[in-house]
Design a protein around this ligand. Structure first.
Ligand SMILES: Cc1cc2nc3c(=O)[nH]c(=O)nc-3n(C[C@H](O)[C@H](O)[C@H](O)COP(=O)(O)OP(=O)(O)OC[C@H]3O[C@@H](n4cnc5c(N)ncnc54)[C@H](O)[C@@H]3O)c2cc1C
Ligand SMILES: *[C@@H]1O[C@H](CO)[C@@H](O)[C@H](O)[C@H]1NC(C)=O
Ligand SMILES: *[C@@H]1O[C@H](CO)[C@@H](O)[C@H](O)[C@H]1NC(C)=O
Ligand SMILES: *[C@@H]1O[C@H](CO)[C@@H](O)[C@H](O)[C@H]1NC(C)=O
Ligand SMILES: *[C@@H]1O[C@H](CO)[C@@H](O)[C@H](O)[C@H]1NC(C)=O
Ligand SMILES: *[C@@H]1O[C@H](CO)[C@@H](O)[C@H](O)[C@H]1NC(C)=O
Ligand SMILES: *[C@@H]1O[C@H](CO)[C@@H](O)[C@H](O)[C@H]1NC(C)=O
Length: 499
């Protein structure tokens, strides 16, 4: 079997998943109504035969507009499921003619509430653009603009290659990548956006451009890219798999261990911002207690230098295991069957991210106590969590910060209260936001840094432009100048808009 037919089978298999939003099956789409639906006027005439238009009232439309978080979701008057690059061009031109706002959507895991400013707009569903093509020289691959992480990881793995993607199997590559994009391999190779070699992008005026190192927007698309266009394909660096094997150990702890646990994390894992390049850790708080994952690359078991200090704290449970790189998301609950992929369309899921250098142990205790006591007080928030993510940073820090719009290359930790609730009363929503902000404030005050550094892809949407894109004045001036030039009408001003 040739590598390509193998890849094709793999890709079809990947779409047939259950659980997350990525599971709406391709076949049901292919058997569905023909293009040319009344809600799209004569748009269908200009689209490829693979494109589909879904109108309100149909089950396809309802399914297409489901989102990971319901809070302040955008609303649409039609969904266009594009099948080619040129379909995107045609939809953007059509939307501009109609003076209608539009939004590109891959897997709808973007939760920032600014996208809610799209009302009665046109949804451009990218999921059919999920191709992978590895270049002859094996140094780069070209991916469709709607591809999801699992398709990339599995597709490259079949050729013994890999690249940096986000950790969750159902998140897209472009969604995170345009804002940086954290992933398991970033210690080796940098962020998702650091892999870009070129992007094909449909601009605000409906023209198609190739953006590479020679283009004026090259700096901006790597960190603030959601503001400038719709990516139909990217060419990214890929790498030979040097260390196929990874191992994990997970631990659960009771709340009385917070201080000892975070002292250990600081000392043995984080090592004052020099976490070893082969190591990844992630902790989270929930009402059930504390979980810690330690993952290590290229070993049969996580080194006892890292695990022993945590075993000494008498975890409630601990498990160890080993496998291959594609197994990682499953180990940490980010696989397609895991909870994070699942809950599409059910809850408002709000995040309050902040970047840190190290854990202030006393502040972390205060965060834990406030979190648990509030969940006890307000049971409707009891599915909330706090993410405490510790990626290796070498690959990120190796790239000069001024070279791209991604602003926070100096950070060591990404923490984020994730406050979840089923939307009902305004009062509940206010309680959720109050809790999230209070938790973030404790972390922020403890950081000793005046600025609040907010990862754009986790942002709630109430943060300032400087908080999400960096407070340096030259950055903000440059971003605003480029925005005025390339998107004067603000057609891409819905996901963390610069203006
Ligand atoms: C469960 C979960 C796990 C996550 N894991 C990670 C992670 O490991 N690393 C990380 O860095 N982040 C992660 N995130 C955050 C993630 O980066 C953002 O949620 C991101 O917006 C998701 O992109 P999406 O394409 O899946 O979602 P979508 O909602 O489909 O897209 C998000 C936004 O991106 C823009 N967009 C989408 N497609 C295109 C395109 N082709 N061209 C131009 N713009 C486009 C649109 O403005 C859209 O509103 C995670 C989020 C969730 C919910
Ligand atoms: C279809 O394309 C033609 C030629 O570019 C253009 O004049 C027309 O306005 C388009 N129609 C729609 C509905 O977008
Ligand atoms: C819509 O989604 C539901 C639930 O995932 C699924 O059972 C159904 O087949 C989908 N309908 C269509 C038309 O895709
Ligand atoms: C386009 O829409 C905006 C906002 O809905 C409105 O302010 C503006 O007047 C419209 N322009 C045209 C030419 O219809
Ligand atoms: C941690 O690193 C920072 C920055 O390199 C340095 O200033 C500080 O002294 C270090 N702290 C410890 C405890 O090593
Ligand atoms: C730890 O790993 C074991 C074995 O894979 C698994 O059964 C368990 O659910 C994991 N615990 C957590 C908290 O993820
Ligand atoms: C969480 O709260 C709901 C009510 O909102 C309740 O039914 C459920 O039992 C609670 N779960 C826990 C673990 O406390």
């Amino acid at each position: 079997m040739s590598r390509h037919s193998l890849l094709a089978i793999l890709l079809v298999g990947v779409v047939w998943t259950t659980g997350c939003l990525c599971d709406v099956s391709v076949l049901s789409v292919r058997n569905s109504l023909p293009t040319g639906q009344a809600c799209g006027g004569s748009l269908a005439e200009n689209l490829s035969s693979g494109a589909r238009i879904y109108c309100p009232g149909s089950e396809e439309f309802t399914n297409s507009t489901q989102r990971w978080s319901t809070l302040d979701a955008p609303t649409f008057r039609l969904t266009v499921e594009v099948a080619t690059e040129n379909d995107v061009v045609e939809v953007v031109k059509y939307a501009n003619q109609q003076n209608t706002s539009f939004l590109a959507v891959n897997n709808a895991h973007g939760a920032i509430i600014t996208t809610g400013r799209v009302q009665n707009g046109i949804m451009i569903w990218m999921r059919q653009l999920d191709s992978i093509k590895i270049a002859e020289d094996g140094q780069t691959a070209t991916f469709g603009g709607g591809i999801i992480d699992k398709t990339v990881t599995d597709g490259l793995w079949a050729a013994r290659k890999q690249t940096v993607t986000g950790g969750c199997e159902c998140v897209s590559v472009i969604g995170p990548g345009l804002g940086g994009g954290h992933g398991f391999l970033q210690g080796r190779h940098g962020l998702v956006s650091d892999q870009f070699v070129s992007l094909n992008m449909v601009m605000a005026d409906g023209t198609l451009q190739t953006i590479d190192a020679t283009h004026e927007l090259w700096w901006a698309v790597r960190g603030a890219g959601h503001n400038f266009g719709i990516v139909t394909s990217i060419t990214s660096k890929i790498y030979d798999v040097k260390y196929p094997q990874w191992s994990f150990q997970n631990f659960t702890f009771t709340g009385d261990k917070v201080e000892a646990l975070f002292e250990n994390i600081n000392k043995y894992l984080l090592q004052n911002g020099t976490q070893p390049v082969d190591l990844w850790h992630h902790a989270f708080f929930s009402q059930a207690g504390i979980v810690l994952y330690i993952l290590q690359e290229g070993v049969e078991a996580v080194s006892s230098a890292y695990t022993a200090p945590f075993l000494a704290l008498h975890p409630v449970t601990t498990f160890a295991g080993t496998g291959d790189y594609p197994d990682l998301p499953g180990w940490v609950g980010w696989g397609r069957y895991g909870g994070t992929c699942h809950n599409a369309g059910l809850t408002a899921t709000t995040r309050f991210p902040i970047e840190l250098q190290t854990y202030d142990v006393r502040a972390t205790r205060r965060v834990y106590d406030l979190f648990i006591s509030t969940l006890n007080e307000i049971p409707a928030l009891n599915r909330s969590a706090i993410l405490l993510e510790g990626y290796a940073q070498q690959g990120v820090k190796a790239i000069p910060a001024k070279d791209s719009a991604y602003p926070f290359r100096g950070s060591n930790l990404l923490v984020a209260p994730v406050i979840r609730f089923v939307e009902g009363s305004k009062e509940l929503e206010e309680s959720a936001v109050r809790l999230g902000e209070a938790l973030r404030d404790i972390f922020h005050e403890s950081s000793g840094v005046m600025e609040k550094r907010v990862y754009v892809n986790y942002a709630l949407g109430t943060e300032s432009v400087g908080e999400t894109y960096g407070e340096e004045r030259w950055r903000l001036r440059r971003l605003r100048r480029l925005k005025r030039k390339w998107d004067p009408e603000g057609r891409f001003s819905f996901y963390a808009p610069i203006a």
